[in-house]
Design a protein around this ligand. Sequence first.
Ligand SMILES: Cc1cc2nc3c(=O)[nH]c(=O)nc-3n(C[C@H](O)[C@H](O)[C@H](O)COP(=O)(O)OP(=O)(O)OC[C@H]3O[C@@H](n4cnc5c(N)ncnc54)[C@H](O)[C@@H]3O)c2cc1C
Length: 540
Amino acid sequence: MLVKSVLQTMYIKSCDNSERSIIARIIISLLLINVAVVTSENVYNSTHGNGIPLKKWNREKNRARNIEFTHTTSNEEVTHENVPKPNRSHNSDGNVLDVIIIGAGWAGIAAAVSLESQGYNCKVLEARDRIGGRSRTVTQWWEGSNIPMDLGSNWVHSPTGNPIFDLVQQNNIPHSTAEENQKLYQANNNGAFDDNYISSKWEQLYDEGFYPYQEKQQENTDEDISLRDAVNGYDTQSNLDAFDESALEMILRTSAEMEYAASVENLSLWWWNTYGWDYGGDDAFLYQGYTALFEAHAAPVQSKIETQAVVSKINYKKGKKVKVTYVNADGAKQIIRAKKVLVTVPLGVLKAKSIKFRPNLPKKHRNAIRQIGMGTLNKIYMIWKKTDVFWPYNTQWFSELPKRESNFEFYNPISFNGGLPFIVGFVAGDEAVYLEEQFGDNQNEYESQMQQRAMLTLRNMYGNNIPNPEKIMVTKWATDTFSRGSYSYNKVGMNKNARNRLKTPVKSRIYLAGEATSAYYGTTHGAYLSGKEAANKIMS
Ligand SMILES: Cc1cc2nc3c(=O)[nH]c(=O)nc-3n(C[C@H](O)[C@H](O)[C@H](O)COP(=O)(O)OP(=O)(O)OC[C@H]3O[C@@H](n4cnc5c(N)ncnc54)[C@H](O)[C@@H]3O)c2cc1C
């Protein structure tokens, strides 16, 4: 805990070299004293008997590196006690709104709820024919039950004190906070590795091997390099045999690439695992899907949302009200005006310049948009007959230990969803992008490629006799017009302040929010908190 509190007030990369080396020495000594605590707190789920790392989405593993972000706390958000009261009458001009919010995801709706509750007249423009953005559940009727399939978010990470989990509880959303365990399999249907063996391999290759190596590199490099360069350096220095090299690759895939939706080639060595200080507790899995939660949250502002409203231009010329141009559900061009505009579209949409800003966004915003990476994580839901279930009932995560050309990881919620016979395969980073770019135009081919690759891994683990799934559902986030990626990550060469810069208000009229602007990037609570923060700025 000591390490945590010291590090919370220090941020090495923000200091000059002499300060850095003093602080680094203090931290290294503290780490040496506390290494056992840090290891158990951040890499393994300390309450987990077999020492297998708590699976992805658990941000606790992001050790000792936080970015100085200003975020209000969840309690403040929930009670609205800290929301400044408006001191003016709204909507003096009947045609001019107080705020136009672009995007009806967690960020946009969180802001709308705050603003509307304080008497601000808002309108939310959403391009899709539905709300929720990257939180969306679809269902498949199967053997007498509905199978819920989340295209995007599934978990509420570190729920203790997390505002999204407060909403889960307030709305009685079914969830499991059971510990999740993981098995890593040997190749060629030779069964799972023994948990103790995996635990010691993890310790040898990652906790005591690669992790401290890359920490030293973080401190000793004057220019950022990719995490891949650091892995190569470590491989050379430690002379790993072929199995260990391949095992390290798989460990990095499961603990970094799947987590950050980016390949090690693109992750920044300096910032790959920086993260806001997290809340606590085992992740909550919403086994009936995220949509019910989102809809309950959005209910108070439902009448303020226009769907199928694709925004193409924001004109914020000096001295005039901000004009937003969009195409509505009938294909008609609309122009509406407001005193302020809050943009919550995903980073990928900003990168693609799908919305024109007149004048252009300032340089620091444009640089931030360029520097922050937009990652890809895709899923394949695979449904079998109940009688065909071949995977272990009580193991939530499984994958192969040796890395292969194609590596899917699998999630199995059967033990807490009432026995629904499906698993979810995940693929991240360059492989996910390649699959979409190469085959995405042809849905059948894309589905077939996703299934073949997922089945290749499953058959390596469980043998050639397992049947193909009866039904599948695949996601395509990289080429989704209104997302252009799954969520943001810290890209090699990125400025550490990029996310803060992205959310700086422009001339007190254009505000930006969304997961990419948050220290808790890549999560629903990050998006939600960013929306609340922007609303507070708008009202101040
Ligand atoms: C595969 C996947 C798995 C994930 N898993 C988790 C998880 O388990 N737990 C977790 O906490 N987070 C997870 N996330 C991340 C989480 O879903 C996002 O961080 C969060 O939903 C982002 O919310 P947002 O409001 O920032 O953006 P969005 O939800 O993307 O909302 C932005 C909205 O803007 C709209 N828009 C885009 N362009 C326009 C336009 N031109 N005009 C009008 N509207 C436009 C979009 O349609 C969208 O609805 C996952 C994401 C993905 C993709």
